[in-house]
Design a protein around this ligand. Structure first.
Ligand code: 2E6
Ligand code: F3S
Length: 308
C-alpha cells in the first residue's frame, strides 16, 4: 500500500470563541468544583462534551434541570432573551460563554428591529444559534435558508428590510442568498461587515485550497457542528470526495483505496489532538501544512472566571 501525503489545512480546529467557552467551563470546575451545569452542549463536539463531563460538568437541555441558585453556563451558541429572563427569575448564577461574535449578531438584531425593519435571518432552522437570535424579536425576524425561501418571502413593508446571518454558514451560498434578497428588496440593509465569522471564513478558505489538490478530504468534527458540516460540503462542491469524522475510528478503509493525497481539516469545535491522531493513524509519509492565513484573535474571559 502506498502511504498517503496529508495536506493539512490551516487554520483548522479550535477558534477563539471555542477556546474561550471551553476555558470558562474548565475554570469554573477548577475554581468552584463540580457539578457545574451547562445549558446545551458548550460547543458542538462530542469529545469536548465527554471530557468536560468526566471532570464534573453536567450538560442539560433546559434550565428546569438546573437546581435553584446553582451556577449555569450558557453555551457558545448564545441564548434568547427569554432564556436569560428565566435564569434571572430562578435566581441562577449565570456565566455566559456565548461567543462575542454571536453576541454581536444579537445586538444587530435589536438595532435593526428598533429602526422598524423586518429582519431576515439567513440560517439553518433548529440550530441553537438561530433559535437564540430569532428570540430577540420572534414576531419581527424571519428565517430563510435558501434562494427558494427568499422567493417565497412576504414582508409587511418591502422598503424596510434588513438581513443578518448565522455565523457558520457557507460563504459562497450566503452570497447567493443575499443577492436574491437584494434583488427582491432593493432597499435591503445589512450588517457593516459579514456575520459569518472570521473562523468560519478562514477554515473554508483553507479547505478549498487543500481540496483542490487532494483525492479525499477528511474533516474532524461532530455531525451537529454547522461549521464542520459546511467544510465537508464545500470540498464536495469542488468535486473532491469528503467525509466528516468524529475521530480516527470513523475512517472507513474503503475511503482510502487508491487515495494518494488526503486533505485534512477540523471544524472550529474539534480539539487539535483528534487531528494528530488521524495523522498518526493514516501513517502519512509526508505532512504538508497549507496555511492560507494566520489567526491571532483571542477573546477575554468573563470577569466571573478571570484569574485574579
Ligand atoms: C458558537 C457559534 C458558532 O454548529 P456550530 O458550527 O455553530 O457550532 P460549533 O460548536 O461546532 O462551533 C463553534 C461555534 C460556536 N460556532
Ligand atoms: Fe465564535 Fe465563530 Fe468560533 S462565531 S465560536 S469564532 S466559529
Amino acid at each position: 500500500m502506498v502511504l498517503p501525503v496529508v495536506l493539512l489545512a490551516s487554520p483548522r480546529s479550535f477558534c477563539a470563541g471555542v477556546e474561550r467557552a471551553v476555558e470558562i467551563v474548565e475554570q469554573l470546575l477548577e475554581q468552584r468544583g463540580g457539578p457545574i451545569h451547562v445549558r446545551k452542549q458548550i460547543v458542538h463536539n462530542t469529545h469536548v462534551v465527554a471530557e468536560l463531563e468526566e471532570r464534573g460538568a453536567v450538560f442539560v437541555d433546559e434550565l428546569d434541570a438546573v437546581p435553584d441558585g446553582a451556577t449555569v453556563v450558557f453555551s457558545a451558541h448564545g441564548v434568547s432573551p427569554a432564556v436569560r429572563r428565566e435564569a434571572a427569575r430562578r435566581g441562577l448564577d449565570v456565566v455566559d460563554a456565548t461567543c462575542p461574535l454571536v453576541t454581536k449578531v444579537h445586538a444587530e438584531a435589536r438595532r435593526f428591529v428598533a429602526r422598524g425593519d423586518t429582519v431576515v435571518l439567513i440560517g439553518h432552522a433548529g440550530h441553537e444559534e438561530v433559535e437564540g437570535t430569532l428570540g430577540e424579536a420572534p414576531d419581527r425576524i424571519v428565517l430563510v435558508d435558501s434562494v427558494a425561501d427568499v422567493r417565497a418571502l412576504e414582508v409587511p413593508d418591502p422598503t424596510k428590510v434588513s438581513y443578518l446571518t448565522q455565523t457558520t454558514l457557507a460563504v459562497d451560498e450566503t452570497t447567493e442568498v443575499v443577492a436574491a434578497l437584494k434583488a427582491r428588496f432593493p432597499a435591503l440593509r445589512g450588517p457593516a461587515s459579514d456575520d459569518i465569522c472570521y473562523a468560519t471564513t478562514n477554515r473554508q478558505d483553507a479547505v478549498r485550497e487543500v481540496a483542490a489538490d487532494a483525492d479525499l478530504v477528511l474533516v474532524v468534527g461532530s455531525a451537529n457542528s454547522s461549521n464542520s458540516v459546511r467544510l465537508v460540503e464545500l470540498a464536495r462542491r469542488q468535486g473532491t470526495p469528503a467525509h466528516l469524522i468524529d475521530d480516527v475510528s470513523d475512517i472507513r478503509p474503503e475511503w482510502l483505496a487508491g487515495v494518494r493525497v488526503i486533505g485534512l481539516s477540523a471544524g472550529a469545535s474539534a480539539p487539535p489532538r483528534l487531528v494528530d491522531e488521524v495523522i498518526t493513524a493514516l501513517g502519512a509519509w509526508d505532512v504538508q501544512v497549507r496555511e492560507t492565513t494566520r489567526e491571532t484573535i483571542q477573546f477575554t474571559l468573563p470577569a466571573a472566571v478571570r484569574r485574579r
